[in-house]
Design a protein. Structure first.
Length: 302
């Protein structure tokens, strides 16, 4: 099979709006993104979910897979036209600091997009996501921070560690010209969506058509669970495999509403005092990041 050359990579970070950016980019006729939002092909990651390693079924959308076979990876892009820019949007690419060199070897002219969020807010959002998806048992953020570290990407609880962006971002600046790297600030682009998305398209050498903004865009929104204990039982690999053998994927998707979206619950915000205390731990990392990128994150992240 002919190898694909990927033109741009949205490399993360996790919980920094990559799903929203994926969907806006995917609204453009000039961009081709695979139905697997996160292929994770260039990173060395693991997952507790056995289905993450199964090849994607053509025509089905997936949030994430772990694809190790180049032929399976290339198959994701068979529908791309010669005029479209091909992209890969895997947040693990910034977490695994060896990826930058692999991407450079694949395409030294590739453009890199990095979305960064205040590291404490990112950490808390990551904890909340893990808690409501059943991979985190700690009932408080403080308890989760003190728990033994899990390094498996699909259930990783390195909440603070993943927000130490300097070394992660530096890996890309070490091998790519800075003109090929676009750093997005989550707090800014989410507030000034249209202008920031247009600037992102401009970075890729494209125009953002009106249709990019007319088409509804989903984000990877966290929803409180209605039946967490039961859902955790059903999430066990053996039980999931049994369910998928007797129930169609469409029916499974419909049943998800029975477990998620409890409007009677609100997701608690992080304690302001704890946020301030944890922010001090990132002071030096943010200083180095600011000098590296030329963006004053010390001013932007208060």
């Amino acid at each position: 099979m002919k190898n694909n050359t990927i033109d741009f990579f949205l490399v993360g970070a996790a919980r920094c709006g990559t799903t929203t950016l994926y969907n806006y980019l995917n609204n453009s006729n000039d961009v081709f993104l695979p139905r697997v939002k996160e292929p994770n092909f260039f990173s060395e990651v693991d997952s507790p979910k056995t289905e993450d390693f199964k090849p994607p079924v053509p025509g089905i959308k997936y949030h994430a897979k772990i694809i190790n076979d180049v032929n399976v990876y290339n198959e994701l892009y068979t529908e791309a036209s010669n005029t479209q820019l091909k992209g890969d949007t895997s947040p693990s690419y910034i977490w695994d600091t060896n990826v930058a060199k692999r991407i450079f070897k694949h395409n030294p002219k590739a453009k890199l997009i990095i979305s960064l969020r205040h590291p404490v807010d990112r950490a808390y959002s990551h904890y909340i996501m893990n808690y409501y998806t059943g991979v985190e048992n700690a009932s408080s953020f403080e308890e989760a921070l003190d728990a033994p570290k899990n390094l498996v990407w699909g259930s990783c609880n390195q909440y603070l560690e993943m927000g130490r962006y300097y070394n992660q971002v530096k890996a890309y600046y070490d091998v790519f010209p800075k003109e090929q790297i676009k750093v997005l600030i989550y707090e800014e682009w989410t507030k000034n969506l249209e202008s920031e998305i247009k600037e992102l398209f401009n970075f890729l050498g494209l125009m953002a058509e009106d249709s990019v903004f007319r088409t509804p865009v989903d984000s990877n929104k966290i929803e409180p669970l209605k039946k967490k204990a039961l859902l955790n039982v059903l999430r066990q690999n053996k039980i999931k495999a049994l369910i998928k053998n007797v129930i169609s994927q469409e029916r499974i998707d419909a049943l998800k509403s029975s477990f998620f979206g409890d409007n009677s619950k609100k997701i608690e915000k992080i304690n302001p005092e704890l946020r301030q205390e944890l922010s001090l731990k990132f002071k030096e990392d943010i200083r180095q990041l600011s000098e590296l990128t030329g963006v004053d994150f010390r001013e932007k992240w208060q």
